[in-house]
Design a protein around this ligand. Structure first.
Ligand SMILES: [Zn+2]
Length: 224
């Protein structure tokens, strides 16, 4: 008799534990389904037959953009984001295709990496972030201007570079075709000797990448 009682008690405990486990699995599954994705698309501007600007030290903008974009890819991956590069080699990619990658993947952020250049001016220097105005169908997740300001602030604090501000640009295909939060970072002026030299320096590239990654992380954290 005693043995029977014990057996039924053990059985009840097993049933309760199994039910709790099943409940836990169900809750985590629902959590995973409801959780917003964490895809970030990183775009290295220009590429292939489109070299972008040429630096005062004779380096193509497309090559600097790719180096920084690849570093940003690694950094964001190490922070557990899913990261997609629009190009990972010296190839030509149309600007609309770049934005469409972000649209298809429903990325949380699209970030395009560029360097600035001016004709007949090797004095101007500094960092600038371009953004497309928020669209009519904006969601809570969609605030290009706030994202642009956040990224610029972090870049300026980390690099000490000149503040060239955030600039609204409706005309840039890579931004205006994106249906996700999208910004374009002009990491510095490669027509300015000091900035051109800094932008090919690995340590400076790391400072830029860390600042951008931190700002994106804060932006996405505040949106969740
Ligand atoms: Zn460019």
């Amino acid at each position: 008799m005693k043995l029977k009682k014990l057996r039924s008690r053990v059985l009840s405990i097993i049933i309760i534990l199994s039910a709790l486990f099943a409940f836990y699995v169900l809750i985590s599954l629902i959590g995973n389904i409801l959780k917003p994705n964490n895809i970030i698309v990183v775009d290295a501007g220009h590429g292939g037959r489109d070299p972008g600007a040429t630096s005062i030290t004779n380096i193509y903008e497309k090559d600097i953009n790719l180096e920084i974009a690849k570093k940003l890819y690694q950094k964001l991956k190490s922070m557990n984001y899913k990261v997609i590069l629009t190009r990972d080699s010296d190839e030509y990619v149309q600007n609309s295709s770049r934005a469409n990658i972000a649209n298809r993947k429903k990325a949380r952020v699209f970030i395009s990496i560029h360097c600035n250049a001016l004709d007949n001016d090797n004095v101007t220097n500094g960092i600038q972030v371009l953004y497309c105005p928020n669209k009519a169908n904006e969601t809570n997740d969609w605030d290009n201007k706030a994202l642009a300001q956040l990224v610029l602030d972090h870049l300026l604090t980390s690099t000490g570079a000149t503040n060239k501000g955030i600039v609204e640009r409706k005309d840039l295909v890579v931004l205006n075709q994106a249906r996700v939060p999208a910004i374009l970072v002009e990491c510095g002026f490669i027509t300015n000797r000091k900035e051109a030299e800094l932008l090919v320096d690995e340590k400076y590239q790391d400072i830029i990448v860390n600042a951008i990654a931190k700002a994106i992380d804060i932006y996405l954290d505040s949106e969740n």
